[in-house]
Design a protein around this ligand. Structure first.
Ligand code: FAD
Length: 479
């Protein structure tokens, strides 16, 4: 009997629950060959404009762990995960020819680099009479369920939300299949590469990290379980979300959502279940709100395509005179600007790959509006380093803060000093990341540049030696 075979190409959907491509493949073929390719351009390449390592060590490690977990889960179901390092359009094409498959199933990506890869693979497959079959895997909402075509998606999040939240149902997540057909073609399974092979040294997680982020679907589901059901932290989400230190002030689901270890629909449905049991409140709504915001940025990336990466952004206004100043950028990256609130946040990201939302907003605003540095440099540094990097969320948020996003009212110029005093009144967060400021009292902690010589002597802190001089006087935010 003729066996209909398909490849299932895992990409940013490293999970078995709510995986549409997986279901379509199982429904269409007798035999499914799951494949993951560590794309050498993604791991060993450089960012587009400024040449940072494309995928920093924290995200690389997280992805390695996620792929290991996925392989184990597939083996538990009777299948396996074929692993390659190279270019998906070549590696998958080779497997497709060897296994004489009919189709490659995958969840479709919408941003340029990802689209180029899927288009190149599709072209190769056509040359041997095979096809790509696309599904959807990243969003809360299906584009086909929206009351407007993508090109007419409202440019403001508020408008988008109003048109969607009450009227468009979130579809139920798909279940994990009970079993999978074994792979009968003789294919080398391939090893999960080590972090060195992907361009980084091994490292120990920093003990100050908000949480230990371990990649994979089981860990993502555990984190969701912990935040909602075990600890009920969701009840205070609205109040605590602007926190800076520790594991509990926000969900920390972002790395698992970004790699697709968790489906947003799954998070939404767990939230609904929680509300059915404990009631709906402002905090449960708030999490739903941010999942919608995540979708919104994705729709904007689709609507405006590569404009989200351009200096003038989707707004396409006259370009402000931002400089490509590598020297100033480096002080920002190293957490050596002499502004403690900024430096603490920048050291957190460089030691862990994570930073709170409040931190991200402030360091981005500071870079763009106080230092006058090109926002694309900041966006690419984040692209390189963030453990939860997500194309649309990262570039969309940078667009907003720089004031070049689809909604010009989103322009955000933060008063860093007020933010620091409100979010870190005692300076505990600053001291966690800047131990050299340990001896400063709360009323001085956010403005060491304003210390007189006698105060410096008294506090055993020499500005310029023990801690950098401020690149921008903190006095500018006092008035
Ligand atoms: C300059 C800048 C860059 C950013 N880059 C990224 C990025 O690359 N990847 C990323 O996932 N988020 C990004 N964010 C958004 C936000 O900071 C993170 O999603 C959030 O801090 C992750 O922590 P959490 O999971 O605890 O979030 P929570 O506050 O618990 O929120 C729950 C989930 O909602 C989504 N979400 C929350 N806020 C936003 C937002 N502003 N935009 C889009 N989605 C949001 C995330 O998926 C998040 O996991 C960025 C924000 C800024 C200001």
């Amino acid at each position: 009997m003729y066996t209909k075979r398909a490849i299932l190409w895992f990409r940013l959907d490293l999970r078995l629950h709510d995986n549409e491509a997986l279901h379509e493949a199982l429904n269409s073929a007798d035999e499914v060959i799951p494949v993951y390719v560590f794309d050498e351009r993604t791991f060993l390449g450089r960012t587009h404009y400024f040449g940072f390592p494309k995928t920093g060590k924290y995200r690389t490690q997280f992805i390695i762990e996620s792929v290991q977990e996925l392989r184990q889960s597939l083996r538990n179901l009777g299948s396996d995960l074929i692993i390659r390092v190279g270019r998906p359009e070549e590696e998958i094409f080779e497997i497709a020819k060897k296994a004489r498959t009919s189709w490659v199933f995958c969840n479709r990506e919408r941003t340029d680099e990802e689209v180029q890869v899927q288009d190149a693979l599709e072209k190769n497959l056509w040359s041997v009479g095979q096809e790509m079959r696309y599904s959807r895997g990243k969003l809360l909402y299906y584009t086909s369920d929206l009351p407007f075509p993508i090109q007419h998606t409202p440019d403001t999040f508020t408008q988008f939300r109003k048109e969607v939240e009450r009227y468009v149902p979130v579809r139920s997540p798909l279940p994990v299949p009970e079993s999978m057909p074994p792979i009968t073609v003789a294919l080398e399974a391939g090893e999960v590469p080590g972090i060195r092979q992907l361009g980084h040294q091994e490292f120990e997680p920093d003990s100050r990290s908000a949480i230990t982020f371990r990649g994979g679907e089981p860990e993502g589901l555990r984190r969701l379980q912990y935040y909602l059901w075990e600890e009920g932290l969701i009840d205070d989400f609205k109040e605590s979300r602007d926190g800076l230190a520790g594991g509990d002030y926000s969900t920390k689901l972002s790395p698992w959502l970004a790699q697709g270890c968790l489906s947003p629909k799954m998070v939404y449905y767990e939230l609904r279940k929680y509300e059915e049991q404990f009631g709906r409140n402002k905090s449960t709504y708030e999490l739903f709100y941010y999942l919608m915001l995540r979708d919104f940025f994705r729709f904007m990336a689709k609507k405006y395509c590569n404009q989200v990466f351009f200096k003038a952004g989707p707004a396409n206004n006259a370009i402000p005179p931002w400089r490509n100043d590598r020297h100033v950028l480096q002080a920002w990256i190293d957490g050596r600007t002499g502004v403690p609130f900024i430096d603490a946040n920048m050291r957190e990201i460089s030691h862990t790959g994570y930073m709170s939302n409040r931190g991200r907003q402030n360091v981005a605003s500071f870079l763009v509006h106080d230092l006058g540095v090109n926002w694309q440099m900041g966006a690419e540094y984040f692209e390189s380093l963030l453990i939860d990097y997500d194309v649309a969320s990262n570039w969309g948020n940078w667009n907003s803060i720089a004031g070049v996003g689809s909604d010009p009212r989103e322009y955000r110029n933060y008063n860093i000093l007020s933010q620091a005093k409100a979010c870190d009144p005692k300076g505990a967060y600053v001291k966690l990341w800047l131990p050299e400021l340990e001896g400063l009292p709360p009323e001085k902690i956010h403005q060491p540049d304003q210390l007189s010589s006698s105060e410096q002597e008294e506090l055993h802190l020499r500005i310029g030696d023990d801690y950098p001089r401020a690149v921008v006087s903190t006095d500018k935010w006092s008035s």
